[in-house]
Each structure stands twice: as structure tokens, then as C-alpha cells.
Design a protein around this ligand. Structure first.
Ligand SMILES: [Zn+2]
Ligand SMILES: [Zn+2]
Length: 272
């Protein structure tokens, strides 16, 4: 991609880990994987962008109530997870919702002042006939979708269709694939254009080996999405997968153990 403009605004990007799930196998992460029975851990993140006084939260995690309902415990309430950054829940006035799955939209109600940025296709998907299928509905929770609808009726939700600018140096790009209206977030940083893939790539290996993740709505969109992530980022090292524990090894520790600083670039390279 093109280089950064001299003097252009750059953003801090923090990856905030709030949960992990380690009793998983590679078959849970990759379709058609030869080594399907091998263990494969997963981390759960939300992300925070900051430039001067402007703060944008990317996804919200999920709370203890959702954790109990799904039998998937969290290590930190999303509000507590933000605390070391000096940010209160009331400070959050903007949230980019990459998609409406429970682990990304499950904390919307915790940030009552937030204006939401969502793809049209994601709301249509989460409230449409596809939700009549249990398999497609499984990663969604009705109360999270209702919270997004409530925010819409309060005038606190903007729809985006495809590519859209949220702020100087922050754009969203609809990829679909894993969920119909999944959007990634491209951010201008000191290290170059960084792309928060969210679930357009759960792991580095989804992209580098072009291996689809098993939760998929449109396989062609998912595969096309891997190439799109590469086009949007200044380098492959600046594609940040949504759930890969490797992120915490490749990038430096942030202001707390569960926070990783992404905008200065990696401290070691991914081996592909
Ligand atoms: Zn997802
Ligand atoms: Zn996810």
C-alpha cells in the first residue's frame, strides 16, 4: 500500500485481552486441517484507538452474565479491562462494532454513552431470516442485537456500507465471510497502516496458509478477505488477527499484563 503522509495524524492502538479458551483443537480453528486433533488455544480481545482526546473502542467483549450463560468464563469484565488505560466506561463515546457475535458485541450495554458504527449488512443478517437456522444463530445473543437496535432508535448508531471513514486515519472495510457484515478496521500508526482484522482472520495462519475458519457464512468472501487484509496493511506484520495468542508474543507489553501495544510495530516477525 501507499506510504504514510508526513505529519499525518497517527493513532495509539492497544489490544486488550479479556478472556482465553484453551480446551480447543485445531479443527475448531481451521477447515480441512490435517493435524485436526492438536490443541489450539484462543485469546479474546477488544481494542482501543486513541489520538489526542479522541478515543474509539473497537468491539466490547462480553460480561460475566454472558460468560455464565455460555459456560465460557472471562478473566476480566470489559470495563475493568480498560481501567489501566485511564478510561471509564462513560468516557467511551464511540464503538466500532466489527460484527455482532457475542464475544464482540456482548459488552455494548456496558458503554451507555457510545455511538455505534456497524455495517448495514451485519444488522440485516442478525435480524433477518438466516437467524431461523440454529447453526447461523449460535454465535449471536438476542439481547446484544436488541441493544444495537435500541441504540439505533436513540440516534446513536451509524450504518456503513462497504468502505467508510470513521476519523482521520481510521477506516472500516466490509469483508463478510465469517459473518455477513463483518468489517475490519484500518488505522494509521507510527509503524504504518495497521489492520485490525477482528474475525476476518482469527489467527495468522488463517491468512498465511489461506485456511478458512469453520464458522463461515460465505467461504468465497472469507478467502477474498484474506487478500483484502494484505492489501490494506502496510506489511503482513501489521495485520492483527482477532483471536491469536501469538499477538501477545510478537508485540510489546502495554500498560498492564493483559494489554499489548500494537502501534509501534512488532518486536519480532511472524514466521510464515
Ligand atoms: Zn465472530
Ligand atoms: Zn470472535
Amino acid at each position: 500500500m501507499t506510504g504514510l503522509m508526513i505529519g499525518a495524524l497517527t493513532w495509539e492502538v492497544h489490544a486488550i485481552k479479556y478472556a482465553d479458551r484453551n480446551a480447543r483443537r485445531r479443527a475448531d480453528s481451521f477447515l480441512f486441517d490435517d493435524n485436526h486433533d492438536a490443541p489450539h488455544a484462543m485469546d479474546f480481545f477488544m481494542w482501543l484507538l486513541r489520538c489526542g482526546d479522541r478515543v474509539i473502542l473497537v468491539d466490547t467483549g462480553y460480561d460475566h452474565a454472558e460468560a455464565a450463560q455460555r459456560g465460557r468464563p472471562i478473566r476480566l469484565d470489559p470495563r475493568e479491562a480498560l481501567d489501566p488505560l485511564g478510561i471509564t466506561p462513560e468516557d467511551i463515546t464511540e464503538v466500532i462494532v466489527t460484527h455482532l457475535h457475542y464475544d464482540h458485541a456482548g459488552g455494548l450495554a456496558l458503554f451507555p454513552n457510545a455511538h455505534l458504527h456497524l455495517q448495514e449488512a451485519e444488522m440485516a443478517f442478525a435480524t433477518g431470516p438466516c437467524m431461523c437456522h440454529d447453526t447461523l444463530k449460535a454465535p449471536f445473543t438476542a439481547s446484544h442485537i436488541c441493544e444495537a437496535v435500541t441504540r439505533l432508535y436513540r440516534g446513536k448508531l451509524s450504518f456503513h456500507a462497504g468502505d467508510s471513514q470513521i476519523a482521520d486515519g481510521v477506516t472500516v472495510h466490509c469483508i463478510g465471510g465469517h459473518s455477513r457484515g463483518l468489517q475490519c478496521v484500518r488505522v494509521r500508526t507510527a509503524a504504518g497502516w495497521l489492520v485490525l482484522a477482528s474475525d476476518a482472520a482469527h489467527y495468522y495462519e488463517n491468512v498465511t496458509a489461506r485456511k478458512p475458519f469453520p464458522i463461515v457464512v460465505d467461504l468465497q468472501n472469507m478467502l477474498d478477505g484474506f487478500a483484502r487484509l494484505e492489501q490494506l496493511a502496510s506489511s503482513p506484520n501489521l495485520i492483527i488477527p482477532g483471536h491469536d495468542p501469538l499477538v501477545r508474543q510478537l508485540f510489546p507489553r502495554g500498560v498492564a499484563d493483559h494489554i499489548t501495544r500494537l502501534d509501534q510495530g512488532p518486536i519480532s516477525e511472524i514466521s510464515s
